[in-house]
Write a protein that binds this ligand. Structure first.
Ligand code: C5P
Length: 217
């Protein structure tokens, strides 16, 4: 039980940003990577809070505290509240970068050949936590389509993370809805640990092993 007595906050899944009572802006994130991390960390003794956007997934371990949210703003406020008592934070959620400025009170009617939505920026959850960091070990994810390493390192630094997990969409079988993933773990000393294509459960174990090694130092 290597994570005995440690508290983990893990974000997972997409966020849904409401347009009107029946529509939203979302993304294809399944939540599988975050849920796999939560199950694996709990199995290794951690006290896990899983902060999840809308997914079809279930958790099997009753010890995991599952908090379900819809929007980025809801995820943000729960994350800020939970943060001070956490030891490890892993941001695996695909948070919407923008949301409609307001949710229309009634269903929008079609009218004309085009329509526009006014979007405003959502807070960056993991970056906001990074700014408040005291002793927490913080890990983010980066999903890139080009100049992967450059962008991943930039995010690691700008969000004040301790490590970032890079998945490249160039790799078949990696990324969003898939059951498998191919990742590299990059820590703040720029040490890069690449892994083979594996199931998300196996990837979770690899990532937790890397985190554990660095916490032990
Ligand atoms: O900047 P980008 O969205 O690529 O960064 C991805 C990382 O930042 C992930 O760990 C994701 O969970 C986190 N993130 C967040 N809040 C946002 C956007 C991204 O926590 N609004």
């Amino acid at each position: 039980q290597p994570f005995n007595g440690m508290k983990f906050l893990i974000t997972a899944g997409p966020t849904y940003e409401p347009i009107d009572p029946v529509r939203f802006i979302g993304n294809y994130s399944s939540g599988k990577m975050g849920y796999a991390l939560a199950e694996a960390a709990a199995a290794m003794g951690a006290e896990v809070t899983l902060l999840s956007g809308p997914t079809h997934l279930r958790i099997t371990n009753p010890q995991i505290r599952l908090v379900r949210v819809k929007t980025a703003l809801e995820m943000y406020s729960h994350a800020l509240n939970a943060f001070p008592s956490m030891d490890v934070v892993i941001g695996a959620a695909a948070v919407a970068d923008y949301r409609p400025e307001s949710r229309a009170p009634e269903k929008l009617k079609k009218d004309g050949d085009t329509m526009s939505l006014h979007l405003v920026r959502n807070p960056d959850i993991i970056a906001s936590l990074g700014e408040r960091k005291t002793t927490q070990y913080m890990v983010g994810f980066a999903l890139e389509t080009e100049r992967e390493l450059d962008y991943a390192r930039k995010k690691l630094k700008e969000k004040h993370l301790d490590a970032i997990v890079l998945n490249s969409l160039r790799d078949p079988g990696a990324g969003f809805a898939s059951d498998t993933n191919k990742v590299a773990f990059i820590d703040k000393n720029s040490e890069i640990t690449p892994f083979e294509l594996k199931t998300k459960g196996e990837v979770a174990l690899d990532l937790l092993h890397e985190i554990r090694k660095r916490l032990a130092k």
